[in-house]
Design a protein around this ligand. Sequence first.
Ligand SMILES: Cc1cc2nc3c(=O)[nH]c(=O)nc-3n(C[C@H](O)[C@H](O)[C@H](O)COP(=O)(O)OP(=O)(O)OC[C@H]3O[C@@H](n4cnc5c(N)ncnc54)[C@H](O)[C@@H]3O)c2cc1C
Length: 421
Amino acid sequence: MTDKRLRVAIIGAGPAGLSAAIEFQRLPFVDLRIYEQATVLREIGSGLSLQRNTWRMLESLGALQNIKPDEIFRAADGHSVQHRNGRTGELIASHGQGDTPPHHLHARVFRSVLQKALLQNVNQSNLHLSTRLERITQHRLTGPVTLQFSSGQTDEVDLVIGADGVRSVVRQFAFPEHRIGYTGRTAYRGLIPTDKILAIPGFPDAVTFWHGPRDWVYTCNLRHGVYELTCNADVPNEEKRVSWGEPAGLEEFRRPWKDFGPLVQQIVNLATDVQRFALFAGPRLESVVSRGSIALIGDASHPLSGAFGAGAGFALEDSYVLARAVTRAHERGHALSRGLDLYDRVRSPHYRAMYVILDEFKQSDIELGQLGLDFDEGTAYTIRGKWARKYGWLYDYDVQEVWRKAAVEEDARLQQEVARL
Ligand SMILES: Cc1cc2nc3c(=O)[nH]c(=O)nc-3n(C[C@H](O)[C@H](O)[C@H](O)COP(=O)(O)OP(=O)(O)OC[C@H]3O[C@@H](n4cnc5c(N)ncnc54)[C@H](O)[C@@H]3O)c2cc1C
């Protein structure tokens, strides 16, 4: 990298793009622009969990104080989540939060709360709405790329950050062979007035999964007088769907929950305005960088379609590492590609570990199919196999510490290279 300012374009202004914008606008050697296809930044979906790792990142971005206590729900008894049998209501597991400091405790918020908190710290003069990226071209194997937008506008940049979600155009250019497909699962999301929910005798004002052997219903208070209902079920033959968040017919929505108990049925029947999210996912990418000038962050880098319910947190972690890896390369006068490689060396193993968990989940599903268990036995089996706290490290993950270690290792590697010369 030279004294010339580094031209950086971020594609997409979801959690990944907005957090990257905050990171990169701090860098004096960067000339930044953010392109977003939407005409306005709007909420997609309803609720979002802020786990310990996400709070850490929000703090680092200076955005933690943009979220007010009355905008978040935290369970009164300090649990992060409860897992209940969806037929009997029996509490099977409840996860506490160990040594988590109070301001990093799990919280549930409207997605728009996170969006607003990030947006507040973004220099909006860099943000170009209604600008959809259509194509990328690169004349050499590495170096600047030209972005072409649906408006006909073009822009040449040194670094393009693909923060354009699970159906990323940037990823398609970087890895043309990569494909996503329908997972066979569909999420339904709706909101219910809180007073109607809490009028149900014995209903826990908690963060609750109501499980069946495979399908689940999730309820949580989102404050603002509404309760969130998210349901996740096997729904075959949705391969043709491309929309994200389209209205779902009530008959279709209520159909999968027939084996659940009266309490769950009652909640499901209270939801009237339900949206369907056909879940698409793809295999792990071998790398999250490409061509010396492309970095993927957020869902674009790991098309997991909501697996682990913490994608926004992972996106913020990506931005944290990418900005530091690029800065390191700049400060040492290295090529940008060296910074990108370092970003890849830190983040790819993290995503590899997540895909291993998904393989374990698949194995658990296969075994479940073979065991021929009834509803209650199957539910207990699935909670043990898939929802155990052993996967909690994802939410406690300390990317700042991981980055510190990676930077030290990189310094040692550099010294060895110099010594060899
Ligand atoms: C059912 C469900 C529940 C979830 N629950 C949680 C949760 O509890 N906690 C959590 O942390 N995460 C959760 N997630 C995941 C989380 O929503 C995503 O991981 C997160 O939104 C990813 O952020 P992103 O910025 O990478 O992508 P997105 O939020 O998808 O943003 C991508 C942006 O890019 C824009 N864009 C796309 N293409 C283009 C283009 N060609 N040109 C310009 N702009 C473009 C889009 O308009 C959009 O604004 C959930 C996901 C699902 C499906």
